[in-house]
Design a protein around this ligand. Structure first.
Ligand code: PMV
Length: 318
């Protein structure tokens, strides 16, 4: 790392639109980076420490201290993602993303640290792949076997597609210039971590391949169809809605939704949304609903807002 400090940098969160879980097994995905994200400030220090600007409950502080050790190890070991140096930093994290909710807070943290740690030309140039590669290495701490789509969205930004051609390597990513339809986006606290959810799906794939493989095939086909829809020049609400509904039902069959998420989506549809699905690993966490227009989206968000459990967020975009 180049240890630039004092330093301050922002990395966005993300919303996965299609392809979560299946992407871990090589199927395509599409998502969008969010305006919300996470800022790190770094002051000079020996070694690496990470703390939150605003205290969060639970095991977050202990988790960040273990992550700081992982960052020091990872950045201190030679790899294909650029030069490293032993400089350190005291990193303070200020996030407007709920933590571990499916909005990519861990990917944004990894991206912000990767960006800080790389020499300027690799960060500010057009090619952001060095930031992505390094963020991806760091994200293994949180996810075990990340597909790379979360850090891809945070590092590269915009509406992006991901396709995997080489097993074990990062996917190829392309930007789509699509305007998304009006969306209601929210997140509820998670009952299980991404790491557990991904491991659970992997274990189900090995014990019940004849059930799980067809679900992946259909999730992959839906991601492809959504990418086709988004590439066309038209309002995408009507075209995406049936794909969104099908993808949610498949994720539910995969065992990664919860009754609470299913109920929120049903309520949003009763309030006027065309369809909704969970976004990200599930177990609670993020979801989105496609709406016919911004006015309906504002109404659906207002309807849901008062019904969500403490610690939830809900907003509309587009
Ligand atoms: O970061 P989350 O919780 O939104 O989930 C990441 C998406 C998965 O497909 C479940 C995992 C991955 O690495 O792609």
């Amino acid at each position: 790392m180049n240890g630039r400090s004092p330093y301050s940098g922002f990395a966005p969160g993300k919303l996965l639109l299609f392809g979560e879980h299946a992407a871990v097994f090589g199927y395509p995905a599409v998502g969008v980076s969010l305006d919300r994200g996470l800022r790190i400030s770094v002051t000079p220090a020996d070694g690496i420490s990470i703390r939150l600007a605003r205290p969060a409950g639970g095991d977050v502080a202990a988790g960040l201290s273990a992550f700081a050790a992982f960052v020091a190890d990872t950045l201190g070991s030679p790899a294909d993602d650029g030069p490293v140096s032993p400089a350190g930093g005291a990193i303070t994290v200020d996030s407007d993303l709920p933590i571990s909710s499916g909005f990519g807070s861990s990917a944004a943290l990894c991206t912000a640290i990767a960006e800080w740690s790389l020499p300027d030309p690799q960060v500010s140039g057009h090619d952001r792949s060095a930031v992505w590669r390094r963020a991806h290495r760091l994200e293994a701490f949180f996810h075990g076997t990340p597909s790379g789509i979360d850090t891809g969205l945070s590092s590269l930004g915009g509406v992006r597609t991901f396709r995997f051609s080489t097993p074990g390597a990062l996917p190829e990513s392309a930007a789509l210039s699509a305007d998304l339809p009006a969306l209601v986006v929210g997140a509820i606290p998670r009952e299980r971590s991404t790491r557990d959810l991904v491991a659970g799906v992997r274990s189900r794939l090995s014990t019940e391949p004849s059930t799980v493989r067809p679900i992946f095939d259909r999730l992959g086909a839906l991601a492809d169809a959504a990418i086709g829809e988004l590439a066309a020049e038209r309002n995408h609400a009507a075209g995406l809605a049936p794909l969104v509904a099908d993808a949610h039902h498949l994720l539910r069959d995969l065992g990664v939704s919860t009754p609470l998420t299913d109920g929120i989506i049903d309520r949003g549809v009763r309030a006027g949304a065309l369809a909704g699905k969970l976004s990200g690993a599930g177990g609670g966490g993020a979801f989105y609903l496609v709406c016919p227009d911004a006015e309906v989206a504002a109404r659906v968000a207002a309807d849901l807002d008062g019904t969500l459990p403490p610690g939830s967020v809900c907003f509309h975009m587009g």
